[in-house]
Design a binder for this molecule. Structure first.
Ligand SMILES: CSCCC(=O)C(=O)COP(=O)(O)O
Ligand SMILES: [Mg+2]
Length: 243
């Protein structure tokens, strides 16, 4: 029997990997390194668009406009650091914050200070699905750069060869149907031929509204899910039946 989907689209936190790893390892790494990263990278041209994005996420036109009242670099860095801490306190999935986190995680993954946790059932499922001819994509609030660092440096080794591509919030928010329309168009598949797996019901609702098939990821430490949703739960990728 042919597989019911041509594409499998995966969330990361709460789906391929534990919420605990993100909150206990990855986020503290950012908070610890934030101030020194900003000092060291302040004149790095790669930081400028990220600072503009942080300002835009805060409702301002640009970093220059956002910090126009400040007189020196140190004050501007402090404003950025305060905003990053505020966003992280509220677990806001803002695009600028996620881009900055990815830049800070780069050293951590590349130096071996962090190794990404993935559930044991994930690598064999990626192998099975891709061998069966399906394409696998990631859609996470984590930036595409961060996703590549994460899966390039996982406990199971480099998992990047399994992925046909990556999506983040630059495609659109994960709780909006339009984002899933865009992803379907970009991967060149009818939405009905795409399975999206996530731990967040509102993300799955948006994907289903776009016509995608869905599975609700139930992993240890995930936020409890209220009854009344319409998504088939799975506790392991081994439960995804490809026929
Ligand atoms: C490499 S992603 C790190 C985790 C993260 O920052 C995040 O926001 C994950 O969100 P998800 O959409 O994968 O639940
Ligand atoms: Mg998630």
């Amino acid at each position: 029997m042919a597989a019911p989907w041509n594409v499998i689209l995966l969330d990361i936190e709460g789906t391929t990997s534990s919420v605990r790893f993100v909150y206990d390892v990855m986020f503290p790494y950012v908070l610890k390194g934030l101030d020194s990263f900003l000092v060291q990278s302040w004149n790095d041209p790669a930081l400028a668009p990220v600072l503009d994005q942080i300002a835009q996420d805060a409702g301002r036109e640009s970093f220059l406009a956002w910090t126009a009242d400040l007189t020196d670099e140190e004050q501007r860095r402090e404003k950025v650091a305060t905003e990053i801490r505020r966003l992280m306190d509220g677990d806001v999935k803002a695009t600028g914050l996620k881009a900055l986190q990815g830049m800070i995680w780069k050293d951590g993954f590349e130096r071996g200070e962090m190794i990404a946790q993935v559930y044991d059932d994930v690598p064999p499922a990626l192998e099975t699905w891709t061998k069966a001819g399906m394409r696998v994509y990631i859609y996470s609030s984590g930036s595409i750069a961060a996703q590549k660092l994460f899966f390039g440096h996982s406990e199971a080794g480099n998992l990047l060869p399994y992925f046909s591509g990556h999506f983040d919030t630059t495609t659109g928010p994960k709780k909006e149907t339009k984002s899933y329309d865009t992803i379907a168009a970009e991967v060149g598949e009818a939405a009905e031929k795409i399975l999206f797996i996530s731990d967040i019901v509102t993300e799955l609702d948006a994907a289903k509204e776009a016509g995608m098939d869905t599975r609700l990821s139930i992993r240890p430490g995930n936020k409890p899910v209220e009854d009344g949703h319409t998504h088939e739960p799975i506790a392991s990728f081994a439960q995804v039946s490809i026929g």
